[in-house]
Design a protein around this ligand. Structure first.
Ligand code: GLU
Length: 363
């Protein structure tokens, strides 16, 4: 019986698979293929986000253990990605499914034009009935510009393909409470840091990252389920509304894809400190941030970059795209009227630091 009826209507699902599953469960790709074929039969498209390139690659290069240096990890990923794809290719082909490799880096998704290209390509693949198989483009991703891990990447793929469900597969039953019991439905305000977090040495995610990714994806209007990869028919159980894993219900109203991108994909390049009046105005959600509300600035950014908007006590109030670079914000901060005009001339009348269309309240 469907105890989660809202999942029964799922039309597009993103499923994330960890390195541990790929490395330890040789039968997994075939099981996944079977489930995706069943999903297709119920008009539900699937996008796979998979780790495992590094886990499958390092021994092929003669390394004795998983390396720690970035260059060796990148090399491992390059050696393992083709093996990873071959596993999916073979398993999917058995059932007449066509997997299609998509490698993404943070720089691709941080750039609107490249992101739109990725969106179009993914859309065309789904339209053609193929199954996009996404991984991070590890050879060009150094530590500073990584997605973090593939749980985070999966959360960014959700708005990109307009998915209504994200399933993060793992090797435990779901999110566990202090007594080790599975939590069936996560309350929107639950503190995940209190819960037992199982460390994950093969992959890089761990439960903390999954819960974080789940929260992000749920802001785009998707439901999220963290569920065990080892369960035979787990995806179809989930879209049949069964009580499997931990559900993060859809949090409405969903952020539009562009606002979700500002809030969760872009990395802030600096911060603006807001006075109390500006904090109130931001939280009401209807105003742009004007120079007069800015009390301080940190970081080094240009017009168009992402910045954090902080209250004076350091709490993050919002994120947004700034229309002024660091130097101009510093010059304009706290000013209005004639004072602003003295620094910026006639342009002062239209000076906005962060326009409300480019602003997302943190929450
Ligand atoms: N992209 C890495 C790989 O395929 C894994 C990243 C992660 O573990 O999240 O090996």
């Amino acid at each position: 019986m469907a105890v989660r009826p809202e999942l029964v209507k799922t039309r597009r699902l993103v499923v994330k698979i960890g390195s541990r599953t790929i490395a330890n469960d040789a039968a997994f790709p075939a099981r996944l293929a079977g489930q995706i074929a069943e999903l297709a039969a119920r008009q539900c498209g699937a996008v796979v986000v998979t780790s495992g390139a590094i886990a499958l690659g390092w021994s092929r290069l003669g390394y004795k253990a998983k390396p720690k240096e970035v260059a060796l990890l990148q090399a491992s990923a390059a050696a393992g990605q083709s093996v990873l794809m071959r596993r999916y290719d073979e398993a999917f082909a058995e059932l007449g499914l066509t997997p299609a490799q998509v490698l993404l880096s943070y720089a691709d998704l941080a750039d609107r034009e490249r992101l739109n290209n990725a969106r179009e390509a993914l859309g065309a693949l789904l339209e053609a009935g193929a199954v996009p198989v996404v991984n991070e483009n590890d050879t060009v991703a150094t530590e500073e510009i990584r997605f973090g891990d593939n749980d985070q990447l999966a959360a960014m793929v959700v708005p990109l393909v307009g998915a209504d469900l994200l399933v993060l597969l793992t090797d435990v039953e779901g999110v566990l409470d202090e007594r080790g019991q599975r939590i069936s439905v996560m309350a929107p305000d639950a503190q995940w840091t209190q819960m037992s977090v199982k460390s994950d040495r093969v992959g890089s995610g761990g439960m903390g990252s999954k819960v974080d990714a789940a929260r992000k994806a749920s802001r785009s209007g998707a439901a999220v389920v963290i569920a065990p990869a080892g369960r035979a028919n787990v995806l179809n159980e989930i879209v049949s509304g069964a009580d499997v894993g931990t559900l993060f219900p859809r949090l409405g109203p969903p952020l539009k894809a562009r606002k979700h991108w500002i809030a969760f994909t872009l990395r802030p390049k600096g911060a603006l400190l807001l006075d109390a009046g500006a904090v109130r105005a931001m939280r009401e959600g209807k105003s742009s941030l004007l120079p007069v509300g800015v009390a301080g600035v940190s970081g080094a950014f240009n017009a168009g970059d992402s910045v954090r908007l902080l209250a004076l006590d350091g709490t993050e109030v919002a994120r947004g795209l700034t229309r002024l670079g660091t130097v101009d914000v510093a010059r304009a901060a706290g000013k209005k009227g004639a004072e602003l005009e003295a620094s910026f001339g006639a342009a002062a009348a239209e000076l906005v630091v962060v326009h409300k269309d480019d602003l997302v309240i943190s929450g």
